[in-house]
Design a protein around this ligand. Sequence first.
Ligand code: PLP
Length: 390
Amino acid sequence: MPDIYLDNNATTKIDDKVLEAMLPYLQELYGNPASVQYRLGRIASEAVEQAREQVANSLQVSSKEIFFNTGATESINTVLRGTVETYSRKGKHIITAKTEHTAVLQTCEYLTKKGVEVTYLSVNKDGEIDLNELKDTIRQDTILVCLMAANNETGLIHPIEKIASICQEKDTLYFCDATQLIGKQDINLQDIPIDILTFSAHKLHGPKGIGALYIRRKRKPIQIPSLISGGSQEKGFRAGTLNTPNIVGCGKAIEIVRPQKQLRELRDNMEKRIIETVPQVIIHAQNGNRLYNTSYISFRHLKSAEIMTSLPHIALSSGSACSAGLLDPSHVLKAMGLSDEDSYASIRISLSKYNDKSQIDMATSQIIDAVTVLRNNSPIWQLFLDGLID
Ligand code: PLP
């Protein structure tokens, strides 16, 4: 049986055109882009600059504002640690949300131990933050607001235009982790006053281990020191030999990616079928503005691990890719008010352009069958049927 890959918020299949663009730089065009004294080096350097233009064009910014690195996790570490270092005279207060990616939460935890004060905004049952709470939380000594564009687990989209305007009004830097939104929705940074933004190419059919950081050029320049010491690559902002093939792939991926809005209908039909066939399901963030490719569903009184084990040919997730394998319930669902039990019962299905209706129909049937069989054999489900538990 062929595998059905429905875990596209974790990572995506590389696009053939992206691979094709990268291959020469893994083979004959292997020069170091810093070695511009000779032809092979200059070719590599030109390829890097072309990729920078491709990223900049997609975001509608200047290529001078784009820095390549290994992706969102590195950017998050660079920006959070860096702004704390640079802006210590202004203050030591950062605002983020309880539902951010682990890379943000873990870095904040580290910074807290170093004396930084972090405010974690709460969310409602759909995962939405309260913009008035954000407004009220920004203080004189707030150095950074760090709020993602779209949540990797639920797909909930934050109102980044409004967040950016609030931060601009309050003269506070806004850093947006747009890892899940780039490629799924166009972002024009001419119109949205986001100060700093990041994404990883592997979420949009590019290669893994590469991404970019956008830092807006402002009258009062944003100052973020390099996280990594060494050579003067990326204008001294990010040391280390540039990964030309990956950078070329990142540029190509963002150039050719297009929103796949037809996935919304497939996702909605799948959810409708599940709700109509299976009792006791919860669709997370169902009333929120969600990414069209994401569905996060609790099959109450089961464990996501047992559902996934019984469907080895379907790639599903129990939530954040980075915390899968750990026994902790999803911090995102917890923040949305879900019980640990319902959290453990959650499966995330995330689609891409490589999924078609027949795949999704087949996967939906198999998920429904697996849930039915597991529940029929479950003493806990029997307790529920007998009215002994909620
Ligand atoms: N931020 C979000 C919203 C993500 O979904 C991810 C990956 O799952 C990351 C950050 C980290 O990306 P990477 O592992 O490519 O550094």
